[in-house]
Ligand binder design. Structure first.
Ligand code: DHB
Ligand code: FE
Length: 279
């Protein structure tokens, strides 16, 4: 039986990928940010997943305003890094797990979550930057990755409550798969940031830290936060945090917190990071 053993939460700022790709991670600006992932790199070497369900959002790279699935799963064999305007990131191809992805689609759709099934998908910074933060710069990604895309770009995105319940359905799906697999689920994006308009540059440390406090011990306190509160308090792009609730919903209610990190700024964003294990 496949099992979800742990969850990882992380921001996905594109400039982090650019810093790594261009050899700038040792610069004063970036050093403290990457230091926050030193423990995580060690932890994941010791807790290597077979498969990561990587919950992320596409930023109009694979989907544009013509097609915006609320929830999508990628069932392909492999996924190329997307060209986001400067050429594709020089990172390894992402290898999927088609059989598990198809099983998840079967399970969650029958469980009343109407996923869009995607076969061919180029993956942008939303997916590749968390991989780089956790694994560094390997020749090949050390595990298989199933992209699970959530719309947080075009209103209306799904509610936090729906995202948490989707995570619960993902857990049931994984646990009913017939192969022994160590599966992790990652929730990415956030934390507070706003990239446009008069409030561009908004950061809210208080909101972010309260969110981190509750994510581990009291996630139910987070699921009722309405969209407008994310926008008001965490900025227009702070809504990416609903993807963390998908990952948390796939975990047991009591979890063990292995790591917590918060750093401001990385580009325009407050970087949050957490690792939770199932007991
Ligand atoms: C930034 C953050 C994001 O989440 C994103 O998708 C793009 C840019 C930033 O802070 O620059
Ligand atoms: Fe983003």
């Amino acid at each position: 039986m496949a099992k979800i053993t742990a969850s990882v939460y992380s921001s996905h700022v594109p400039a982090i990928g650019a810093a790594l790709d261009n050899g700038k991670s040792g610069e004063d600006y970036w050093k403290p940010l990457f230091a926050g992932y030193d423990y995580s790199k060690e932890w994941i070497r010791e807790n290597k997943p077979d498969v990561v369900l990587l919950v992320y959002n596409d930023h109009a790279s694979a989907f544009d305003s013509n097609f915006v699935p609320t929830f999508a799963i990628a069932t392909g064999e492999e996924f190329q890094p997307a060209d986001e305007g400067w050429g594709p990131r020089p990172v390894p191809v992402v290898k999927g797990h088609s059989r598990l992805a198809a099983h998840i689609a079967q399970s969650v759709i029958q469980d009343e979550f109407d996923l869009t099934v995607v076969n061919s998908l180029d993956v942008d910074h939303g997916l590749t930057v968390p991989l780089s933060l956790m694994f560094g710069q390997p020749e090949e990604w050390p595990c298989l990755v199933i992209p699970v895309a959530v719309n947080v770009v075009l209103y209306p995105p799904p509610s936090g409550k729906r995202c948490f319940a989707f995570g619960e359905a993902l857990k049931r799906a994984v646990e009913s798969f017939d192969e022994d697999l160590n599966v992790q689920i990652w929730g990415t994006g956030g934390m507070s940031h706003q990239l446009q308009g008069p409030r561009a540059g908004l950061i809210n440390k208080e909101f972010d830290n309260a969110f981190l406090d509750r994510l581990a011990d009291d996630p139910q306190a987070l699921v009722d936060i309405p969209h407008i509160d994310y926008v008001r308090q965490a900025g227009s792009e702070g809504i990416e945090l609903v993807m963390w609730l998908v990952a948390r919903g796939a975990m047991q209610s009591k979890v063990v917190q292995k790591h917590r990190f918060y750093h401001v700024p990385a580009s325009n964003t407050a970087v949050g990071h957490m690792i939770l294990e199932n007991p």
